[in-house]
Design a protein around this ligand. Structure first.
Ligand SMILES: *Cc1c(COP(=O)(O)O)cnc(C)c1O
Length: 424
């Protein structure tokens, strides 16, 4: 093969060996993708998606057939009663905030049962950020938190006692920017069983960001009442340019629709402009896209593992999200890693990422992303704060063969700067 990227033959040889080693994991990702693709296709067929559904409306968007059909397709694909899929849900954070505000009333208590929630959700709850912006706390919603056990697992007895009398339990599937393990759908099911046994009236909400289609079932199939996620992560398949989804119990999704637009209107209005085609196509492709991202994560874990770096999860561990943390061990390696990822991006390949200050972070942060959709982390991207253990969070890859190049360039860049030795 003509090497357009001038990758050291030793690194090429190592990557070929690593890829062979990953074959069983790749096969697993393929099996998951096959099952999920069939479920999504069946949902399209059962709901009789037709050509006019792909075209949107303007103005109030009354009787928007494509929007209503998409909600039903989504619900079926996710194993939920109902869904609300909107381009006007601007991000994962906005979508999760919409769901939480829809569920919670003054005096209610929310319990985060898998430890401190993802950074951006904290300002919505009111445990970070500026008082007075209208957080849940500003509205008199009470909050408590159950830390994970020392090995990063949900603390079931502590959860059972904390949720009694609470309105809502919050579970986060992916680990976000922490190094705790992500939680499989099976583990989420065990947490839900513990919550139900303690108090059957608690609403169980799952932050499903980064988790969609990594396994063959989603949180509603193990009893979650409601879940939410972003369309510029897994569920948009790399095609949707913006948006979010909420799926779960019909009565709760309806409340979310009232919160998203307004009471009395709910899901009856909201025009779709020209976004429906990409939302349908994105969902249709999502299982396949996620397969590519999972393969990229597995390959990276194995490659950097072979080069002497830690990787979480390990290359051969079961997966429940698309996030991989590579423990590079030094600031210089982190910078080189991100430069390599950037060089292998289809957009802005010529940019050189630099560490910089970010609001909300104590240390400098570096990011690499050259994406078709701004900020889309289903596309190959890497970032992390420059502090011990100098971990980069790597995610995405809508095409494994192309993302693999980015990962190889990350290793090549470290090598070029004398930060690692290649096996002879
Ligand atoms: C990405 C993410 C969010 C927030 O999504 P944004 O689209 O970045 O606002 C929330 N929770 C988890 C676990 C995430 O990974």
């Amino acid at each position: 093969m003509n090497d357009l990227f001038a990758i050291d033959p030793r690194l090429r040889a190592l990557s070929d060996a690593v890829e062979k080693q990953c074959a069983p994991q790749f096969e697993r990702a393929q099996r998951v993708s096959r099952e999920n693709s069939e479920r999504v296709l069946a949902a399209f067929i059962h709901n009789r998606v037709s050509e006019p559904d792909l075209h949107g409306t303007t103005g109030y968007g009354y009787d928007d057939r494509g929007r209503d059909t998409l909600d039903r397709v989504w619900a079926e694909a996710m194993g939920a009663q109902a869904a609300l899929v909107r381009h006007t849900l601007i991000s994962g954070t906005h979508t999760i905030a919409t769901a939480l505000f829809a569920m919670l009333r003054p005096g209610d208590r929310m319990v985060a049962v898998t430890g401190r929630p993802y950074d951006t959700i904290q300002a919505t709850i009111g445990i970070s950020g500026t008082p007075g912006q209208g957080s849940l706390r500003d509205y008199g919603v009470l909050y408590s938190e159950v830390p994970l056990t020392p090995d990063g697992q949900p603390d079931l007895p502590a959860i059972a006692s904390a949720v009694r009398g609470a309105k809502l339990a919050h579970i986060q599937r992916s680990r976000g920017y922490s190094l705790r393990p992500s939680f499989s759908v099976e583990t989420i099911g065990r947490v839900i069983d513990a919550i139900r046994a303690a108090d059957p009236n608690v609403i169980v909400f799952v932050d499903n960001c980064y988790g969609e289609f990594v396994e063959t079932r989603e949180p509603p199939s193990v009893g979650a009442d409601l879940m939410a996620g972003s369309l510029i992560k897994n569920a948009g398949g790399g095609i949707a340019r913006t948006g979010g989804y909420i799926a779960g119990r019909g009565d709760l999704v309806e409340l979310c629709a009232y919160r998203h637009t307004c009471p009395g209107i709910g899901a009856e209005a909201g025009c779709t402009l020209d976004v429906l085609r990409e939302m349908y196509l994105g969902l249709f492709l999502a299982p396949q896209t996620v397969e590519n991202a999972v393969k990229t994560a597995v390959f990276s874990a194995a490659l950097f593992g072979a080069l002497g770096m830690g990787a979480l999860p390990a290359w051969d561990a079961p997966r429940t999200d698309i996030v991989e943390s590579i423990l590079t061990g030094s600031a210089a390696r982190m910078v080189a890693f991100c430069r390599g990822i950037q060089q292998g991006s289809p957009v802005d390949s010529f940019a050189a990422p630099e560490p910089g200050a970010m609001p909300g972070y104590a240390s400098e942060v570096i990011m690499a992303a050259g994406t078709f959709t701004s900020g889309a982390s289903i596309e190959l991207s890497a970032d992390g704060p420059l502090r011990d253990p100098y971990a980069v969070w790597l995610q995405g890859g809508i095409s494994y063969p192309a993302a693999r190049v980015g990962v190889l360039l990350a290793a090549a860049e470290m090598h070029k700067e004398g930060l690692l030795t290649l096996p002879e």
